[in-house]
Design a protein around this ligand. Structure first.
Ligand code: 4AD
Ligand code: MG
Length: 435
């Protein structure tokens, strides 16, 4: 039996005859020699097929292979510094599983395609080297997020996707029919449920898809995105900021440790990521507005930041910036007021450097039942729907807080991407529901 290996394992099999199973990525050839480059999902392997060393029919087959044909190659691994992963395979045998016909060739060729074409062929585009690198960095980020929380005393308690009420405001909800006579909404955030689970477990997190029906057509917005949301009891705004900072430093460290090759393929300037260390910059909303005004922003005190404002605040920063204490007027109902300024709330946004904008939003929650009820009324929310949430304040209430971090925004930043659409396998956006 010839061992089947992945291309990533080639280094452990130098001098041995092994099999790799993959797809034809590219082919160079001359009369006497052919160089099929095979990809298998783990790497690229340049194979060397020499006419004089192979049955004539097989050499002809190899010479005429088409892009993305599936195949199993048997051959001997040889170290070759000039080759892609540092190894080459001398072909001894090759089995074609399916040959892609010339009459209907693989649609994505090495030439430049427009982004709409590529998005329409997203199911195939994922095979390309750049997309492959991005998705691997994404996986690394998700793994690091889980490892961070799992090793810091957080219990994973996932929250529902069908919800009966809004969390971040009612205008941005996707409504669905829930059997005959009820409406449900796709969740915008697991936060309210996290507050219940945190009171049961101390520290919890949920990690899943969330949905926003805002009609934003920007390079930072998806309608479906993945968010990780930790929630901590006996915690204040400062605890929230500390955990946010530690988490980001930890994730960037992991990506640098394990995904160097992918970052290189993406031509990411890794020195920018190496600079991500604690402490991050900290500023109040008040100061942020003043800074923005000196930088020419139109923002007035009391207004929320736009995408451009977020970019302006971080353009000259090498580390993320944490902005806190926002006007209560544009924040959700659940924020704890600032004890020193009743017009402000104890919320925090973490803005990524290099103009990537907000990657984390969170803060301290109201723990006083009367105040919470007052806010629910002020925001015209249906009290009945929030009765269970008010209960959390009636039975052993404590100061608590947490945040949400959007995975795709992190991937875009860490990979240095122009647009969020490449950070998830099948992006859902205002004008994109397919494939
Ligand atoms: O600031 P947001 O709306 O906060 C919440 O949902 C809180 N309830 C979270 C909490 O405290 N548990 O969203 C949090 C993060 C943002 O900072 C951003 O990274 C990401 O989620 N995000 C989006 N990512 C992609 N597309 C969108 N449309 C996003 N909206 C928010
Ligand atoms: Mg936010």
């Amino acid at each position: 039996m010839i061992p089947r290996i992945t291309i990533a394992e080639a280094g452990q099999h130098v001098g041995e005859t092994v099999q790799i199973a993959g797809w034809l990525y590219n082919l160079r050839r001359s009369g006497k020699i052919a160089f099929p480059i095979v990809r298998d999902g783990y790497g690229l392997m340049q194979c060397v097929a020499v006419k004089s060393a192979l049955p004539e029919e097989l050499f002809e087959t190899i010479k005429n292979l088409t892009q993305e044909s599936s195949l199993i190659v048997t051959g001997k691994i040889r170290a070759e510094q000039r080759a892609h992963g540092g190894f080459e395979m001398d072909v001894e045998a090759l089995e074609v599983i399916q040959r892609v016909p010339e009459s209907d060739p693989y649609p994505i060729t090495p030439k430049d395609h427009g982004v709409d074409f590529l998005m329409d062929h997203r199911h195939l585009w994922l095979r390309s080297q750049r997309q492959h690198a991005i998705i691997r960095v994404r996986h690394e980020i998700i793994k690091a997020v889980r490892d961070y929380f799992d090793s810091h005393g957080f219990t994973l308690v996932d929250t529902p996707i069908f919800t009966p009420a809004a969390c971040e405001g009612t205008t941005t909800l996707f409504e669905v029919d829930y059997f005959e006579d009820e409406k449900a909404f796709l969740t915008q955030s697991g936060q309210l449920y996290n507050e219940a689970t945190a009171m049961a477990f101390g520290k919890t997190y949920c990690f899943g898809p969330t949905f926003r029906a805002e009609k934003s057509k920007t390079r930072r917005h998806l309608t479906e995105f993945w968010m990780v949301e930790p929630e901590m009891t006996y915690a204040t705004l400062d605890d929230v900021k500390r955990v946010a900072e530690e988490l980001i430093v930890f994730i960037v460290g992991r990506v640098l440790e394990n995904r160097r090759e992918e970052l290189k393929r993406l031509e990411r300037d890794v020195s920018k990521l190496e600079a991500i260390q604690a402490p991050f910059g900290r500023m109040s909303y008040d100061d942020a507005v003043k800074i923005l005004q000196t930088k020419g922003s139109e923002i007035q005190w009391g207004g929320d930041f736009g995408g451009t404002d977020e970019t302006l605040l971080t353009e000259d920063q090498t580390r993320p910036v944490m902005v806190d204490r926002f006007p209560a007027s544009f924040k959700a109902f659940y924020f704890q007021p600032d004890p020193e300024r009743s017009d402000l709330v104890l919320g925090v946004d973490v803005l990524a450097p290099e103009g990537y904008g907000e990657i984390i939003g969170g803060g301290q929650r109201i723990h006083d039942p009367e105040l919470l009820l007052k806010r629910i009324h002020e925001h015209n929310l249906p009290v009945e729907a929030f009765q269970w949430y008010i209960d959390l304040r009636k039975y052993g209430t404590v100061p608590h807080g947490g945040f949400g971090m959007g995975i795709e925004r992190c991937v875009a930043w860490m990979c240095g991407l122009e647009h969020i659409r490449e950070t998830i396998a099948f992006p859902r956006m205002l004008y994109r529901l397919r494939p």
